[in-house]
Design a protein around this ligand. Structure first.
Ligand code: PGA
Length: 241
């Protein structure tokens, strides 16, 4: 089933989150959306963004690499599971770039996520410089290696998010998304239960073509997911931008 993940990043108070959840619930109504919807709110709004009716699930935007203990400011995978999360975003380029998260720490986070029974949404993608140097394929291979210790049979979500497309309004072309998807599917051929998403400047305007023509299994959506109607429209379940 296609999967659409709303990554709110550092946006929305609890009240704003409750309002969003109410409006998304109204758009969805009783219909079976036939797609899977996930909201990744800030930690403080996990409870406010929940759907009591279970029409969408929750994801953490980040997770600690350690299990528990003296790590001020960190939130463990077990705490995320306890707060109702089913998924956790690991390796978002903002974490890699702004907070220096590299392969070693990301591999430890993936282990913690599995120990807590959660499913990772593992993000990867090349920077603009890497792309210009023709290194996209090499970068994807290296970033997939971080999944080396992750069990082959466990459900996995991988989000191809070229760094140059995130928050820039410059989404990948259908061809770029398709070729990254094909390459990732090859690299992940041992994984029976993997879905490959695209992320980076997805909007109500470009979503349909990207989804239909690139063959991805859904999107990780940042800016455009902040409005419930746009998130619903991108996910193909009605509502307008
Ligand atoms: P964007 O962000 O849709 O705002 O480009 C995507 C992401 O960072 O996951």
């Amino acid at each position: 089933m296609n999967l659409f993940v709303a990554n709110w990043k550092m946006n929305k108070t609890r009240e704003e989150s409750r309002d969003y959840a109410r409006r998304l619930g109204e758009i969805l109504g009783d219909r079976d959306p036939r797609v899977e919807l996930v909201i990744a709110p800030p930690y403080t709004a996990l409870d406010a963004a929940r759907d009591p009716g279970g029409r969408w699930s929750l994801a953490g935007q980040n997770v600690a690499a350690e299990t528990e203990g003296a790590y001020t400011g960190e939130v463990s995978a077990r705490m995320l599971a306890d707060a109702g999360c089913r998924y956790v975003i690991v390796g978002h380029s903002e974490r890699r770039r702004l907070f220096g998260e590299e392969s070693g720490v990301l591999a430890r986070k993936l282990t913690r996520v599995r120990e807590a029974g959660l499913t990772p949404i593992y993000c990867l993608g090349e920077t603009e410089e890497e792309r210009e140097e023709g290194l996209t394929a090499t970068v994807l291979v290296a970033q997939v290696e971080t999944l080396g210790g992750d069990p082959d049979d466990a459900p996995l979500v991988v989000a191809y998010e070229p760094v140059w497309a995130i928050g820039t309004g410059k989404a990948a072309t259908v061809e770029d998304a398709r070729s990254a998807r094909v390459h990732l599917a090859e690299l992940l051929s041992a994984r029976r239960n993997a879905r490959i998403l695209y992320g980076g400047s997805v909007t109500t305007e470009n979503a349909r073509a990207l989804l239909d023509e690139s063959g991805v299994d859904g999107f990780l959506i940042g800016g455009a997911s902040l409005k419930p109607a746009a998130f619903a429209a991108i996910s193909g379940i009605g509502g307008d931008s």
